[in-house]
Unconditional design. Structure first.
Length: 200
């Protein structure tokens, strides 16, 4: 997962979000100008990585590559990129038209068994799958789009995991109760502390 607190994470988040806004027709000219300035500066470091993220802005792997690229630069270069990323983020959140990019997330249960469940979350054309996977007696894991993001084991207790999806700004939190045999119940999914899904 990409650390959104690092300068690299901030830059990758801004670039990814702005790319989606431009593709979906939400970005205004002022936002595009800042976006192009950030992209041009990043491209001087590695144009192939920037182009790859531009083609697949929701790819966790490509976001991580750009974030690592930024974090490996000198302090002055990171600071210049940070300023551009913050300016781009401010431009994205400042226009009512562009705020449509941050429409509400929706969730639906697509699979439910005693030891397995899968929730699909989506917003506009951005879709992801959150899945509970039984590993073996007393141990289970949570996967996001097929990648393991958390694992745990033990006796019956309430479990919760916080995570980001791609480079989206919101913090997701999955809560559920799992027994020693990994039988699950009381599933809840929250986004920035707002409940968007619940199943007993």
């Amino acid at each position: 997962m990409v650390d959104p607190v690092s300068v690299g994470g901030l830059v990758a988040l801004a670039l990814s979000t702005a790319t989606e806004a431009i593709v979906k027709g939400f970005a205004e000219e002022g936002t595009k100008d800042v976006y192009n300035a950030l992209k041009e500066r990043l491209s001087r470091l590695n144009s192939a990585d920037v182009e790859a993220l531009e083609k697949s802005p929701t790819s966790i792997g490509k976001q991580a590559i750009v974030a690592e690229l930024v974090d490996s630069q000198s302090g002055s270069e990171r600071e210049a990129l940070r300023r551009l990323a913050q300016e781009l983020s401010a431009a994205l959140s400042g226009s009512p038209k562009e705020q449509a990019v941050y429409a509400e997330w929706k969730a639906e249960l697509v699979t439910r068994e005693s030891r397995h469940f899968a929730i699909e979350v989506h917003r506009l054309n951005d879709r992801h799958r959150i899945e509970f996977v039984f590993k073996y007696f007393g141990f289970d894991a949570i996967e996001l789009d097929g990648f393991e993001i958390a694992k745990n084991g033990g006796i019956l207790f309430r479990k919760k995991h916080k995570f980001y999806i791609g480079m989206n700004r919101e913090i997701f939190e999955l809560k559920y109760t799992s027994s020693m045999t990994s039988t699950i119940s009381d599933i809840e999914l929250l986004v920035d502390n707002r409940l968007i899904f619940r199943a007993k």
